[in-house]
Design a protein around this ligand. Structure first.
Ligand SMILES: Cc1cc2nc3c(=O)[nH]c(=O)nc-3n(C[C@H](O)[C@H](O)[C@H](O)COP(=O)(O)OP(=O)(O)OC[C@H]3O[C@@H](n4cnc5c(N)ncnc54)[C@H](O)[C@@H]3O)c2cc1C
Length: 484
């Protein structure tokens, strides 16, 4: 039998790679983890989820301070934001979490950590820092990077991406954001709230194009009311560096051109897989523009080489990367065949209000040709929401023809947290009658989950037949009050 240096080698120390490394090492496999940056943690910790959510919270606090009248409080004169201090807060949150993802911690779990950029020499070995290292199984978990779209002049114009935006030394006076996905939407609102004049440029007719239009439009209206300018249905003709400003030339659907000038351009137009330099062609691992191709067990076209996380180009979320890492551990270490199932993969855009989703939305159901019915409840009918000063948004529950829930979307305060109950309901196949009859604490935002289940059940419980039967039973001769 062939002898290898390691049982498993993992390339990339982000959410997916760290999940595999800790699982494999703790199960006793001889594990090698390779990371090209100086620290472990990946995009989520350094340039993604953690800095963005920290920034969003800061922007939300400043926004509340600017709008005290909502809470019956006096107005105050606020000084402008010092972004260096915001950046410091972001750094300190990252540093705190970094300890959990440190080289020492992974070493204590039993994994050897090496830093550098490996290249596959053959399908079992890599070249790293002048040495050849072999492993029985490899996992490619190298993540993704911001896509650089082919826009005229972009290569000669300074622009920023998620790699730079959290470490700016000052708050930009103005910013044009190219793209209107989750990252763009979150950053548009956060920077606008901090005091930047923000414009969003989007090719299609709605922001957050994977979401239902009615929900996405409602978020757009909130952002527009806060001061973000949207240019939808436009194409970008080119960008230019005008020394003290950058110019973005756009064409609207009537064919009219407009020049947008701003201090900064943020490019947030999708992601590309980090596969350069790995020599995937040389070892027969198939990939395309979106990412490395994998089967349901996360195996690439080479059965002993797995890929997980953003590099597969599928669901680019930290929790998806972690889930896929778990699938790899199951298949590669336990040798228990396990397939990835994304039916109830949840996600959330952390705008204010948040938009959280699990399972099918209307757009997905229509595309899949599934017949469905929709039940909704607005947040303005939720007592806690009103007490919190939150009136925007609603919950949407989709049922299939057999009246089984196939998806839920929540647009409103704490939507990401509220979705967790649905994660349990949908994955656990909990009956809607159980959810509707379970006692929820009052007053909570979570009551909206119970209410929407009740909205589906109450016409069944209080049907005309049942009502007539009860009237007969009680021999009702009229109402106790009002009409006879
Ligand atoms: C601004 C922003 C906000 C986000 N917010 C959220 C959110 O709120 N919730 C959420 O779920 N997701 C969010 N995401 C997405 C999330 O960050 C990614 O889905 C997640 O990081 C993917 O994990 P991964 O392990 O696949 O890749 P990564 O975390 O990127 O890890 C890949 C690692 O591989 C390393 N690497 C790359 N190439 C090589 C190489 N050749 N050799 C060795 N190492 C290499 C990289 O340095 C990196 O450390 C956000 C992303 C961005 C950009």
């Amino acid at each position: 039998m062939a002898k290898y240096d390691y049982d498993i080698g993992i390339i990339g120390g982000g959410a997916a790679g760290l999940t595999v490394a800790s699982g494999a090492a703790q199960l006793g496999a001889k594990t090698l983890l390779i990371e090209k940056e100086k620290e472990l943690g990946g995009d989520c910790l350094h340039f993604g989820c953690v800095p963005s959510k920290t920034l969003i919270r800061t922007a939300q606090a400043y926004h509340t301070m600017k709008n005290p009248q909502i809470f019956g409080l006096p107005s105050v004169d606020l000084p402008p934001v010092d972004f260096a201090k915001v950046r410091e807060r972001i750094r300190s949150v990252i540093a705190t979490i970094q300890k959990h993802d440190s080289e020492e911690r992974f070493c204590s779990l039993g994994a050897k950590v090496e830093f550098g950029e490996p290249t596959f020499a053959d399908d079992h070995s890599i070249r790293l820092n002048g040495q050849t290292v072999s492993a029985k199984t490899w996992v490619i978990a190298t993540g993704s990077s911001p896509d650089s779209p082919p826009i005229e002049g972009l290569d000669k114009t300074p622009y920023i991406t998620n790699k730079e935006i959290f470490s700016l030394d000052r708050l930009p006076e103005s910013m044009v954001i190219l793209g209107a996905g989750p990252i763009a939407t979150e950053m548009a609102q956060a920077f606008c709230r901090l005091g930047t004049k923000v414009s969003v440029v989007q090719r299609s007719a709605q922001i957050l194009s994977k979401e239902d239009k009615d929900m996405a439009d409602e978020i757009m209206q909130v952002l527009a009311a806060e001061g973000v300018t949207f240019h939808l249905n436009v194409s970008v003709l080119g960008v230019k560096d005008e020394r003290n400003a950058r110019e973005v030339l756009i064409k609207d659907k009537e064919g009219k051109t407009h020049a947008l000038r701003a201090e900064r351009i943020l490019v947030a137009m999708g992601r590309e897989p980090n596969i350069q330099g790995l020599n995937l062609e040389g070892i027969g691992v198939d990939f395309d523009r979106k990412g490395i191709k994998v089967d349901e067990r996360m195996r690439t076209s080479q059965n002993h080489i797995y890929a997980a996380g953003d590099v597969t180009g599928k669901y680019q979320f930290t929790h998806a990367a972690g889930y896929e890492g778990g699938i790899v551990v199951s298949n590669a270490i336990f040798h228990l065949p396990r397939k990835a199932n994304y039916t109830f993969l949840p996600w959330c855009t952390y705008s204010d209000p948040e938009l959280a989703s699990i399972g099918m939305n209307e757009k997905g159901a229509k595309e899949a040709g599934i017949e469905y019915s929709v039940f909704t409840e607005p947040f303005k009918g939720n007592d806690r929401s009103l007490a919190e000063g939150e009136r925007v948004g609603r919950i949407k529950m989709l049922l299939d023809k057999g009246e089984k829930p196939i998806g839920v979307q929540i647009l409103g305060p704490q939507a990401g947290e509220l979705l967790s109950e649905w994660v349990a309901v949908l994955n656990g196949k909990v009956k809607l009658s159980t959810l509707a009859s379970a006692i929820h604490p009052y007053p909570t935002l979570g009551e909206i989950n119970k209410r929407v289940a009740g909205a589906y059940l109450s016409p069944k419980i209080f049907s005309d037949r049942v009502r007539k039967g009860l009237k007969f039973f009680f021999h009702l001769k009229g109402r106790a009050c009002g009409e006879k």
